[in-house]
Ligand binder design. Structure first.
Ligand code: MN
Length: 227
């Protein structure tokens, strides 16, 4: 069977110490999952149900460069723990959720903050603020088999060597098993799904020429040049 147009290229992420790659199916992102970040964005950090938005699979890139996107003058960095699923399902119990996890990575949820603010004010969706080209640089995927399932650890981001974001995974309002359980009530999760789990406080703008480095202790590091 042939296709009427060329098959889209699969989105494949590198896996640490492996010749094999991780194929991406969908990308889910958690909003406001660290209390200090919720407060800095003007929200109540009380434990409301988590909410989700999406990026496009091919927004995930393992690349040393982040091209500054058009139609924004206020692109912000958000360093996040990235979860990569090896299987899924519906209505997954939190107690079973970690069995679905293949591995972890560190990534940046780049955000056109000006377009997001306009969307919020108008009650419009966030797609243009979040799901743009190259908007989610990610490290290699690190198998849980190698590092376990992180519940705490320093998560940080620096611009040109200066610390901008610093938090700990233990500050996440919704923990990884709970996020998977909540997502699987709304969507059928499956192998290849990626979850970006929210950012600690300290988000702010990047500029062309910046070197952005970030990492999660015990997981991975990532460096990208803003071009
Ligand atoms: Mn985010």
């Amino acid at each position: 069977m042939t296709t009427v147009i060329p098959l889209p290229a699969p989105v494949l992420l590198p896996v640490m110490n492996s010749e094999q790659t991780f194929p991406v199916r969908r990308v889910y992102c958690v909003g406001r999952n660290y209390a200090a970040h919720a407060i800095e964005m003007g929200h109540d950090p009380d434990r409301e149900p988590p909410f989700f938005f999406q990026k496009n699979p091919d927004n995930l890139v393992h690349s040393a460069e982040f091209p500054y996107p058009p139609l924004s003058t206020d692109v912000h960095h958000e360093v996040e723990l990235v979860v990569a699923l090896k299987h899924g399902g519906d209505a997954i119990e939190a107690a079973d959720a970690l069995d679905c996890v293949y591995g972890y990575a560190v990534g940046i949820d780049f955000t056109r903050r000006d377009l997001q603010a306009q969307a919020k004010a108008a009650g419009k969706p966030w797609a243009a603020a979040k799901a743009f080209e190259h908007s989610a640089p990610v490290s290699q995927i690190v198998p849980a088999q190698a590092i376990g399932h992180p519940v705490d650890g320093n998560i940080w981001l620096k611009i040109n060597g200066e610390t901008k974001q610093q938090g700990d995974l233990n500050q996440m309002i919704w923990k990884i098993p709970e996020i998977i359980a909540e997502l699987s009530k709304l969507f059928t999760l499956a192998a290849g799904d990626i979850i970006m789990t929210g950012t600690p406080s300290g988000v702010g703008p990047v500029s062309r020429g910046d070197t952005v480095s970030c990492g999660i202790d015990g997981v991975a590091t990532l460096t990208v040049a803003v071009v």
